[in-house]
Design a protein around this ligand. Structure first.
Ligand SMILES: [Zn+2]
Length: 310
């Protein structure tokens, strides 16, 4: 309870911001229905783009004969004591598209242009971050499985088609992984604005991770408990049935949660859950309230840098 209270100010302020999520979700699409998630393959963390070439070729003949540079292994970090924070930024994206100059502030808040997005991915690689999944994060905190140094998670909410047409190819091109939270009804709805199950499966098979976002993107703090439980349990089950394997993480629709909903998320079998706010410090006793960092339209790389660990 104390932990929750600590985060309460964020919850309140996010309630307002998160409404954008639903507004956009309604636009142009029939009733959503849920979706996916997954996880788990333990993707090899790609070496940073600028990985050292620490082995400088020598021109000395004698050295050249024996100098077979070995690949630079990715160093790993191990879990801290229970309750101690670890710096693992979780970036939050929604739309990835170019906006008109007069786009609303709400839309700008929840959108990043494809050009900005790819520049951000390149920047993150240059900084040495290694993308991981929530399955890896859970294994790290639950069982002490090591993570690559400078771990970072990229999340994409709501199953927008941009996740498939922009995020997926750009991530794959760089050997990076992303996590996509999809309401199952949204995926069932089809149409040009949202991903369909075929696309979800293609991404899942390619190593992307999918997570739960309930069935209909319901505000779980405003439904009755029976409905909240149905949204969590059935949304997870539908997604897992579609993917053919368990999923690990949940994104609370609108970032809305309270102690009861957090408990229900755990009871539904989620091992990790993300909220809308704020920061990058993660710890084992708050796995169902993991803060994220929002990226908005026009945010510069300098602004992004300020939200990341040194
Ligand atoms: Zn959402």
């Amino acid at each position: 309870m104390l932990k929750f209270l600590r985060l309460l100010p964020f919850v309140v302020s996010f309630g307002l911001l998160s409404s954008a999520c639903s507004i956009q979700a309604v636009k142009g699409v029939p009733p959503p229905t849920a979706e996916p998630l997954q996880v788990s393959r333990v993707e090899p963390s790609p070496a940073p783009a600028h990985t050292p070439t620490a082995v400088v070729p020598s021109r000395t003949p004698t050295r050249a004969a024996t100098a077979t540079p070995l690949p630079t292994p990715t160093p790993f970090i191990t879990p801290p004591p229970p309750g101690a924070p670890v710096s693992i930024p979780i970036l939050m994206y929604h739309h990835l598209k170019t906006l008109a100059p007069n786009a609303s502030e709400t839309l700008r808040t929840w959108t990043v242009s494809p050009e900005q997005f790819t520049a951000q991915l390149d920047y993150l690689q240059t900084r040495g971050f290694h993308t991981i999944t929530f399955r890896q994060l859970a294994e790290f905190f639950e069982r002490g499985a090591p993570l690559p140094t400078q771990p970072l998670i990229l999340t994409f909410d709501d199953a927008w088609i941009d996740a498939y047409t922009v995020a997926f190819p750009e991530l794959r091109k760089r050997g990076m992984v992303g996590v996509f939270f999809v309401p199952t009804q949204y995926v069932d709805a089809g149409g040009e604005l949202l991903m369909n199950w075929e696309q979800v499966l293609e991404m899942d098979r390619a190593g992307m991770e999918f997570g739960g976002h309930t069935i209909s993107h319901a505000d779980l703090t405003k439904t009755n408990l029976v409905e909240a439980r149905r949204q969590l349990v059935q949304g997870k089950a539908i997604t897992e049935e579609k993917l053919g394997h368990p999923i690990v993480a949940l994104s609370y629709p609108f970032g809305a949660f309270n102690p009861q909903i957090v408990a229900e998320a755990g009871a539904a079998g989620y091992r990790a859950a993300v909220i809308l706010c704020c920061g990058y410090k993660q710890q084992s006793d708050l796995l169902l309230m993991l803060p994220r960092i929002r990226i908005s339209y026009g945010d510069t790389l300098d602004e992004l840098a300020k939200r990341l660990p040194e």
